[in-house]
Design a protein around this ligand. Sequence first.
Ligand SMILES: *Cc1c(COP(=O)(O)O)cnc(C)c1O
Length: 432
Amino acid sequence: MKWRWRERMRAAGKDTSRPNIVFGANAQVALEKTARYFDMEARLVPVSDSSRYVLDVERAVSMIDENTVGVFVIMGSTYTGHFEDVGALAAALDRVQAEHGWDVPMHIDGASGAFVAPFAFPNLAWDFRVARVASISTSGHKFGLAYPGIGWVVWRSAEYQPQELTFELQYLGGVEKTFTLNFSHPACFLLAQYYQFIRFGRSGYTRVMNACLYHARLLSVALEATGAYECVSDIHRERGQFGFSEETRVAAARLLTSSVLAERSLADASVNDAYNAGLPEVGFRFSDWFIRQHPTASQDAVSTLLRVRGWIVPNYPLPPNRSDVRIMRVVIRETSSEDTVNRLVRDIMWATRAMLDSQAASLGEALLNPLPPNSTSSSNLAHEVAASMDETPRNDAQRHSHWRGLLAKIGESIEVTKEEAAGDNKVHQRSC
Ligand SMILES: *Cc1c(COP(=O)(O)O)cnc(C)c1O
């Protein structure tokens, strides 16, 4: 992108000394490195609640000028798993071109999402179907299911690869073209990737991505059902619904229950049509209700306690301008199962309670802010969820009916919540 921009500027007799590249503040460090190494000014677009903590299209467009080499679009924010809106940005860049004449291309940073979207969301146009997309990169070692050490980049066509960077060499009796940054390196990663492609095929990758998304949704719904947590990620919500509220929580639980009961095949990507697109990732934080009950509660402590049980669930700030909010994050992998989700929810609830107990002990808060009793009434859903998590079923059939039961229970309690809320207009207090 930089070479093509420079060529255009030279041809117009303009200064080429100050290229810039625009991308969201939610970018992974690789993007900042690219800007630094290639001597481009990195113009970071602050995120906001309304942009769901990813690229804010209007703000991005306002940071573009004639020195803008391109825009990096992140397909799968590392923070929350949200996909950035490729279509909306392309439309906005068309407006910029009509107004100023600047033809700004897009590079898709599809590190995770470029291996998820084609299988799980085949109707989502984020790729070369969008004319402004010049190139796409992805990591073989994430949802490509290979080992670290392999990544891919694909260009729309040969004209997007500048001649000056394509080297031709006579080698082993033939002519080879090379367009790489790294030099000799082993082929084992390539073989691993090739094996996975052949082993799984399109339908296999579809099953894997759908299973990951299903488990991520299950985790999201269970966490929100506890009352202690709300999700910042939105993949479990009905398409078009974003952000946590009592209504979106209830709707998400219903949607999951109905799609589980519908028993569609995991090889059928249309199971995802009802939901927001995104990575199988769950970003979550204490709910506002929980913070009101326990103003000194610490997510850091929960994160640390989870390490005791063998889970690495980081707790970190959202990107600027929302770095005041800290979220915990779980990435669901192909090796995760309902059982993994089961144990994780149980351990998160254990860690949450342990954190509250230790705070009460050390801060002498027990009297000021008594912990809710260990009840198993339907108003004490978290305990119920946590308790039922202990009864881990042994085989697949049992596990299936177990989760159905649990989801139904969540559904019942939602009914109770709604009735109570309608009855006396009081916030229903679920306890952790
Ligand atoms: C992981 C990641 C990268 C870096 O990719 P590597 O293949 O690990 O170098 C870049 N961008 C995003 C959004 C990522 O998640």
